[in-house]
Structures are given as C-alpha cells and as structure tokens.
Ligand binder design. Structure first.
Ligand SMILES: NC(=O)c1ccc[n+]([C@@H]2O[C@H](COP(=O)([O-])OP(=O)(O)OC[C@H]3O[C@@H](n4cnc5c(N)ncnc54)[C@H](O)[C@@H]3O)[C@@H](O)[C@H]2O)c1
Length: 388
C-alpha cells in the first residue's frame, strides 16, 4: 500500500523555523506541513504565507493538538519549552524532532526519552552538523583508526554575537535559555565531540561573561575532557570575530582536522619531527576515497527523521544522543560553578541533574535589563567554518 505523506506541525515561528520548513518542503512526496504554532500568531501566519503553506496557524500546542491533524512535530521553541512540548506531543501520539539544546536538564531529557519509549514514538534531537561531508569523513577515519588512536583533541567553538543578541525576551537567562555559549553554540561541537570520541570520564572547566552585559549566563568557557586514553580541550566563545572554528584530532600516526588540513610527522634520530610526505599522501587518499554526502544539514537529518517514521531507515540521532551532550554541558557548568573537576556520569541525586537546583547554584554574571518581544529581522547566519 502506498504510504501517505506525513503531516507535520511546526512549533515556533522564529528564526530556525524557516530552516525546518524549507527542509520539509524538499520532500513533498514524504510530508506536508499542516500546522504552525507561535505565541505571536501573526508570525506563524507570515511564515506560512512566505512559504506558501496550506497550514493552519495556532497560538498554543493544546490548540494545535485539539484542532489540527498531524503525525510529527518540529520543536523550534526556546530551550525552556522543549521538554514540556516534546512530552505533551509524544503523549498525544506524535513523533518529535526537537531543536538543540535537547532540554534544560538531564531530568528533562530523561522525561522526554521515557515519553518516547512509553508511546512507541520517535524522538530525534537536531544535530545537523553531523550531516556534513567533512564530519562524516573524519568520524570514519577515527573509527577506522586510519591514523591510529586519537591521543589529543582540540576544539575551537568560536562564534560572535552582538550585545543586542540577548535583547530578545527569552535569551540571556538561566531560566529560559538555560545557559550561555555552551548551551546555545558549543552544543554543536560538544555533540560532534561525543559522537566521535564517546563520553569522557572527568571534566574540568571555567566560564565567564566578558562581553554581553544583557545576559546572566557565560559567553566564554573552556573545558578539559579526560578519557581513559586521551584528552580533549574545548574553547567556547561568543566574542570571536570571524567565527573561525576547528576540530583537530592528534592521532598516533597523523593529524585529522575539520576543516580538513592533515599532517604527518616522523621522528629524526633525535626525536625531532620531519614531514612524512608518503604517509601524508596516503592519509589524503583515504580521505578522498570516502563518500561525499549528497544531502547535508537540516534537510539530511529531516529526511532521516521522515524515513525512520515510515520504517524505511534507522533513526540516526535519538534522545540518548541529545542527552549525552546535555550531560557534558551540565558537567561543564558544575565544574565551573563549584571550581572542581566532575566525574561522569551525573546521577539523579546530583544538584546538576535538575534545573531548579542547578539554577540556584549558577552565577549570574549580569542582570538582564533589556527585553524585546521580537527582533526586526529573523535572518540568521550559519558559521563559516563548521564542516568545511
Ligand atoms: N540548529 C541550529 O543551528 C539552530 C540555529 C538557531 C536556533 N536554534 C534553536 O532553535 C530554537 C529556537 O531558536 P530561534 O532562534 O528560532 O528563536 P526565535 O526567538 O527566533 O523563535 C522562537 C519562536 O518561538 C515562539 N514561542 C516561544 N515560546 C512559545 C510557546 N510556549 N508556544 C508557542 N510559541 C512560542 C516565539 O514567539 C518565537 O517566535 C532554540 O532552541 C535554538 O537553540 C538552532
């Protein structure tokens, strides 16, 4: 029997919603958008009109659930609304694709994962950067140990945002945005790091706010992640002009990196390095021989989500993948706030497992004093280097 196109509801009509809509629109045989929901209904209507959607608009999820017909929900809401929206949708029998960060706490992540399991529905967390050719190729080289074991990784999650970025009502607070540069931006690189290297056993970190006076949360941070047999270091920043980003994996037999810039050294008789041209060429060849993705970013993840709902593919990114990244972020915050290393996993009796007890401990770097309902533009830019 021919499968019917899946009906999709978009929750939130802000900046990232357009990216979701444009991705779903690439697969008209597989899906159609039937509902858009936003606190500001006029924004939902404008988005529907701009994309020529035959979708109804609603103000709340409850309205959409009671009046619209849909199979799956794309959650494009501020982070504090992710968990309740996902759990309510899953309990109503809908599949859920949720934007990053998955949720405000591990307790919220666990509720989302339990609701998906209890209702037999799919829960996927947006990690669009995994669906980029260089990410896939470097991950494959690491998995195949083409350059041997990873010894040391260095990640620069460097972004730039103007001070007015925090003027929108929900940003810049532990309550609603649920964090700063780690939660909103380095979340991408922390996801990639745990996808490629697995979870560390210990984390030590420092955070600060050096340039955003309308935010309670951090805009820079550094974390050291210790594994049994390697170490990783991540710098997160929202004050980095040019947004140069990179991930470098120093392995036993060469350097792998994103953007791709390999190197291989061999030792002289006294241990000093010289370039190993032959080994470099075979590393270049191994990279070149790996397949290119034909579809990248949100469209690639959304296609996997749709096909997984139809039972045609395995879901590539589930709730546990999103939870791992939240666990890294919570450990980073715990270490920074309490100024001590943190052992993983974090357990349910830890104050950093739950949002209220964590928020009671986190420093308020500044008081949020400016707030607007909406910006004059919903245009967003995506970083230059991530995944080149
Ligand atoms: N994957 C990425 O690269 C990427 C990029 C940007 C944003 N995001 C994520 O997307 C989410 C949304 O970010 P954004 O930049 O689109 O924000 P935004 O402020 O532009 O849009 C959010 C929209 O949700 C609406 N809203 C808020 N609470 C609501 C509620 N309870 N019910 C209905 N509508 C509600 C707001 O009115 C707003 O229109 C965040 O989690 C953010 O981290 C991801």
């Amino acid at each position: 029997m021919e499968k019917q196109p899946l009906k999709i509801a978009i929750m939130g009509a802000g900046a990232i919603a357009a990216t979701h809509i444009q991705a779903y629109q690439q697969f008209p045989d597989l899906c159609q958008i039937t509902a858009i929901c936003d606190l500001f209904v006029d924004k939902a209507q404008k988005l529907a009109d701009e994309h020529k959607l035959a979708a109804n608009v609603y103000q709340t999820l409850d309205e959409a659930l009671s009046q619209a017909d849909f199979d799956a929900v794309s959650i494009c809401l501020p982070p504090d609304a992710h968990c309740e929206t996902a759990v309510t949708s899953l309990n109503a029998g809908k599949h859920v694709l949720c934007e990053k960060p998955m949720a405000a706490s591990l307790e919220e992540c666990d509720r989302m994962i339990s609701a998906a399991q209890a209702n037999g529905k799919l829960l996927s967390i947006v990690c669009q950067n995994r669906f980029k050719t260089p990410m896939q190729k470097v991950k494959a080289l690491i998995d195949q140990q083409t350059a041997g074991r990873v010894l040391f990784a260095a990640v620069n999650s460097l972004w730039w945002r103007g001070a007015n970025y925090y003027d929108i009502w929900w940003r810049g607070t532990w309550e609603k945005e649920c964090g700063g540069s780690m939660t909103s931006h380095a979340v991408h690189h922390l996801d990639l790091l745990q996808w490629m290297l697995g979870m560390p056993k210990r984390i030590t970190s420092v955070i600060a706010n050096v340039g955003h006076d309308n935010s309670e949360c951090e805009d820079v941070g550094m974390a050291i992640l210790e594994y049994d047999d390697k170490i990783a270091q991540l710098t997160a920043s929202l004050v980095s002009h040019g947004e140069a980003q990179d991930m470098t994996f120093q392995c036993e037999k060469g350097r792998l990196s994103i953007p791709w810039d390999p190197a291989v050294n061999k030792a002289l008789g006294n241990g000093f390095p010289e370039a190993d041209q032959q080994a470099l060429e075979s590393l270049q060849e191994a990279y070149a021989n790996l397949a290119e993705l034909s579809l990248e970013n949100h469209p690639a993840q959304i296609l996997n989500f749709l096909r997984a709902i139809q039972g045609e593919e395995t879901l590539l990114i589930d709730g546990n993948a999103g939870r791992n990244t939240i666990e890294l972020i919570m450990a980073i915050y715990r270490s920074a706030a309490l100024r001590q290393p943190v052992m993983l996993p974090l357990t349910p009796d830890d104050p950093f497992y739950r949002k209220p007890s964590m928020n009671a401990i986190m420093p308020r770097f500044h008081e949020k004093t400016r707030s607007v309902d909406n910006f004059s533009t919903s245009k967003i830019t995506f970083s230059r280097d991530v995944g080149k």
